[in-house]
Design a protein around this ligand. Structure first.
Ligand SMILES: Cc1cc2nc3c(=O)[nH]c(=O)nc-3n(C[C@H](O)[C@H](O)[C@H](O)COP(=O)(O)OP(=O)(O)OC[C@H]3O[C@@H](n4cnc5c(N)ncnc54)[C@H](O)[C@@H]3O)c2cc1C
Ligand code: FES
Length: 289
């Protein structure tokens, strides 16, 4: 059920480099939303910017009627949003998309991968996974591989402390944790420590997701990847968020899935990764060997 709601800003704080945490009072949407779903948010009244912007639910508290969004300022829309203050109102539509499911297996190690602001939908999911695993299951391990470009982009460590999980940090420039891509850390660590997860959850840029998908397929790990695309409508009307998908019925024919209505969470094997371009000027997804 899609709901339009006029949400009231409860608070807004800067928590890391260009990264803000927005708390909204949104009683109806908070009651219906599930982790991994998203909403479309009108960042300000008027026509500039015209289109709503998609954001994952960072936290959902249906009892208190509160939702939280963790977002990075990257352009005009998110800059406008960062100006909102307590008491302001923003129009939202949600909950949209399919969301994450708990693993379909006995509790075993679980892996989550977050790239940059891809951490947004992961924290409450990790809490849910910890509950699902129980005390005994947790001993088998919940691993978060969390990578950003440079250390100041990490959200505060305190947000992760209480989860009782193992966090593997990486930065592209080596300012904290492993130096290099988070997916390389995932590959090396799971191989070295013989971690055989029963599920992998992931959110981050498409190039990162390509490598997570490849790792999941090679290691036969069931995957739930929250994918991003540019979105104009968020409700399946504009077809702007199409991704090339595997067509099981007719493998030679083109087939597309839409991130807003078929996703944003997909299994690795559903997508034709080699056909994806991260930017019109780029070749299809870049690879490292
Ligand atoms: C399902 C979904 C959930 C999302 N959840 C979050 C979230 O929780 N937190 C968060 O910070 N962001 C999230 N995003 C991305 C967010 O929607 C964009 O960053 C935002 O729309 C940018 O708006 P803008 O006007 O500030 O930037 P624009 O001026 O529109 O764009 C600025 C730059 O950001 C790039 N950009 C815009 N949208 C995207 C996108 N969807 N993916 C990758 N690059 C993009 C543009 O190509 C451009 O280079 C999500 C996107 C999707 C599709
Ligand atoms: S954003 Fe319009 S169809 Fe997905």
């Amino acid at each position: 059920m899609k709901i339009m709601e006029d949400a009231r800003v409860l608070s807004q704080e800067k928590v890391a480099f260009q990264t803000h945490l927005l708390r909204l009072s949104a009683e109806r949407i908070s009651r219906e939303a599930r982790l991994g779903q998203f909403l479309m948010l009108q960042v300000r009244d008027g026509t500039d910017p015209l289109l709503r912007r998609p954001f994952s639910f960072h936290r959902i508290d249906g009892e208190q009627g509160i939702i939280e969004i963790l977002y990075r300022v990257v352009g005009r829309g998110t800059w406008c949003l960062s100006r909102c203050e307590r008491g302001d109102h923003v129009g939202i539509i949600g909950p949209l998309g399919n969301g994450f499911q708990l693993p379909e297996c006995d509790p075993a190690p679980v892996v989550a991968v977050a790239g940059g602001i891809g951490i947004a939908p992961m924290l409450q999911l990790l809490e849910k996974l910890a509950q699902w695993m129980g005390l005994e299951g947790r001993k088998r391990g919940i691993h978060l591989f969390y990578g950003v470009r440079t250390a100041e982009e990490f959200i505060p460590e305190t947000a992760l402390d209480t989860l009782g999980i193992t966090v593997h940090w990486s930065t592209d420039d080596g300012t904290k944790g492993h130096e290099g891509f988070v997916t390389r850390l995932l590959e090396d660590t799971t191989r070295r420590e013989k971690i055989k997860p029963c599920a992998v959850y992931s959110c981050g840029p498409l190039a990162m997701q390509y490598h997570v998908a490849k790792w999941a397929l090679e290691n036969a790990v069931p995957s739930q990847l929250s994918l991003e695309s540019l979105m104009a409508c968020g409700i399946g009307a504009c077809l702007g968020c199409a991704l090339p998908a595997v067509n099981r019925a007719a493998p030679q024919e083109d087939h597309y899935l839409h991130v807003c209505k078929d996703g944003p969470v997909f299994k690795a094997e559903m997508i034709q990764w080699h056909k994806i371009q991260t930017h019109p000027a780029n070749p299809p997804i870049f690879l490292y060997s």
